[in-house]
Design a protein around this ligand. Structure first.
Ligand code: UD1
Length: 333
């Protein structure tokens, strides 16, 4: 069976994807510097799948260590999740973001080239649609214009780098997956999202309000041109997202392919508050706050290409994701 190197494989999306890969019969090795995850995730992966993947605690910027892993690994494909992803931090520390995300990817691509590994699946983001992404996003929309932060620009730049590498090597296969808003956790309650520090994304903030660590949710704006005035996003269950990678892997061909991984359904911030209340049976304290800089009113996927070409579509709901997150955080009532 094929052997896959998963960078960032102990992280939130990486760990759920590792579980689905193992269930689909792939052999997996994980590489992670543990900057936003814990090594104990490997034990949880074992509890779920019965397999403990080989683990390398290294940083992608450590080219020597990375080369050694490649020399011994005999990988068929790389799934590249590793990267920094906090928007506000990227504005404060742009050099760190470019160095880690771009530099780390370049090291990875060098090692792939040296060892004749020609397949990569890259974790990109709907953020690359920039200001074109207001409303339904199809992969044909122009990307790269009006991205508001260095984090988003690193995602776009890596997409472009992969296209250039593909031009130089006819055997190179790159699948770029543009994620919308991943939420939820594995139904076992063993793995999920547990960000270090103060969270910025909506779901982790909702959960910290639920635990009392944050007093109330600030709803960033209620005067957008949407039905209830709050912003609309496409929240996708992380297990659906993980399965999208397995579907993409099976269909890789030389060249670059780009797919949205989203549900195609938009949900407002206030609808997310209601979903939390339905799932938990508790009220969620919130206040309306000013708009957050850089937010668009409505962003959701057109996921039809992934369905047509990969035979993949999301099957779980916001309510499933809320239930699974509450289970993971042991917040069941
Ligand atoms: C954000 C980033 C995006 C990144 C993604 C995943 C921006 C502009 N976009 O997407 O580049 O790929 O995270 O990390 O930062 N909200 C609140 N209160 C909160 C938090 C969020 O009302 O405390 C609202 C936001 O205004 C937004 C929605 O919830 O409308 C979702 O926010 P968030 O989870 O940060 O995701 P995005 O902004 O879609």
């Amino acid at each position: 069976m094929e052997k896959i190197l998963v960078t960032g494989g102990t992280g939130y999306i990486g760990s759920h994807t590792v579980v689905e890969l193992i269930s689909a019969g792939y052999t997996v090795e994980i590489l992670d510097n543990l900057c936003n995850s814990k090594e104990s995730v490997l034990d949880k992966i074992f509890e779920i799948t019965g397999v403990k993947p080989k683990f390398h605690k290294i940083d992608l910027l450590d080219f020597g260590a990375l080369s050694n892993i490649f020399r011994e690994g005999n990988f068929d494909c790389v799934l590249h999740f590793a990267g920094l992803k906090a928007v506000a931090e990227s504005i404060a520390e742009p050099i760190m973001y470019y160095e880690n995300n771009i530099g780390g990817t370049l090291n990875l691509l060098k090692c792939m080239k040296e060892n004749n590994v020609n397949r990569i699946v890259f974790s990109s983001s709907a953020t690359v649609y920039g200001d074109a992404g207001n409303g339904a996003c199809h992969e044909d929309l122009p990307a790269g214009h009006g991205i508001t932060n260095p984090y988003g620009r690193t995602k776009y730049m890596i997409e472009e780098i992969l296209k250039d590498v593909s031009v130089s090597n006819p055997e190179f296969s790159a699948t770029i997956l543009r994620y919308f808003n991943p939420i939820g956790a594995h139904s076992s309650g063993l793995i999920g999202e547990d960000p270090n520090g103060i969270p910025n994304n909506l779901m982790p903030v909702i959960m910290r309000v639920a635990t009392g660590e944050i007093d109330e949710l600030s709803v960033y704006g209620n005067d957008y041109p949407t039905a209830d005035g709050s912003c609309i996003r496409d929240y996708i269950h992380v297990v659906d997202l993980a399965r999208g990678h397995v579907a993409a892997l099976a269909k890789m061909r030389p060249g670059v392919k780009i797919y949205n991984l989203g549900t195609g359904r938009g949900t407002s911030v206030l609808e997310m508050v209601s979903a939390f209340e339905r799932a938990s049976g508790r009220k969620l304290p919130y206040k309306v706050a000013p708009r957050r800089a850089g937010d668009l009113a409505e962003v959701y996927a057109d996921p039809s290409l992934a369905w047509q070409e990969l035979g993949w579509k999301a099957s779980m709901s916001i309510d499933d994701a809320m239930r699974d997150t509450l289970h993971y955080l042991e917040l069941c009532v």
